[in-house]
Design a protein around this ligand. Structure first.
Ligand SMILES: [Fe+2]
Length: 247
């Protein structure tokens, strides 16, 4: 079996698949660019099973029609408790790999009092203390003409500095356009945009809000926002994994 197929094979648990990813390379990419694209994690069948949940209203706590808030054109749904097992496994098993990076970023930014716990359950207790108890993993859906304005996913005073989006379909086959966009506001300079490509089953790990950038006199903080450019054809489904819960 080819390596990539073996890794996304459902024979391996989600935890084993997460552990097999090259997190060192991902951290380098995150530190240099504010994002990383990791090897495929989800099989096509798992992507299809997640996409199929979109029609099952009982799985979700709320639906946002983006046009109503001028967030863009498209809609997304936040999963309710209990989260689907696969979604919960992705969130729980990715978190420990990212907490190390989050702590090194906090240290670089001089946030000495800030320490992200090593496991996600402990981080959710921090969220709970701040009144953030609603789950934030979500499915996003765009048809041709849809897009998502640049934004940050902040739902209260507690936030985790990294998040993930999983491609549930394939660019070029299921949709065209609809690129993931990351814009970095550099201090005293013009903003910089990156278009980030990932294939079905892959995830983009990206900066939720701020990342440290090394300057001549130590690290400084840059602000990032993300969005999706207009979908020209087809239907685009993705799974968003945000690690902090919402108020
Ligand atoms: Fe977002």
């Amino acid at each position: 079996m080819p390596e990539a197929a073996r890794r996304t094979s459902e024979i391996l648990s989600v935890g084993e698949r997460m552990d097999a990813l090259d997190w060192k390379t991902a951290e380098e990419s995150l530190s240099n660019r504010g994002y990383a694209v990791v090897d495929p994690i989800l099989s096509p069948a798992e992507c299809a099973s997640l996409t199929a949940l979109y029609k099952d209203e009982s799985r979700f706590r709320s639906q946002i029609i983006m046009e109503r808030y001028r967030f863009g054109i498209g809609d997304y749904k936040y999963f309710g408790h209990p989260l689907p097992e696969l979604v919960s496994n992705l969130r729980t098993n990715a978190y420990p790999h990212l907490a190390g990076i989050a702590n090194r970023w906090a240290e670089a930014l001089g946030m000495t009092g800030l320490r992200y716990p090593e496991d996600h359950a402990a981080f959710l207790r921090v969220c709970r203390k701040a009144g953030q108890t609603k789950p934030t993993p979500l499915l996003l859906h765009y048809e041709a003409g849809g897009y998502n304005c640049l934004h940050q996913d902040i739902y209260g005073e507690v936030s985790f500095p990294l998040q993930m989006v999983f491609m549930l379909g394939q660019y070029g086959r299921d949709w065209e356009g609809g690129e993931f966009i990351l814009v970095e506001q550099q201090p005293r300079a013009q903003s910089k945009a990156e278009v980030v490509h990932a294939d079905q089953g892959q995830a983009i790990v990206f900066t939720t809000r701020y990342r440290p950038v090394k300057g001549a006199r130590g690290y400084y903080r840059v602000n990032l926002r993300h969005g999706v450019s207009r979908v020209h054809r087809g239907t685009r489904y993705t799974l968003g994994i945000i690690f902090h819960d919402a108020k």
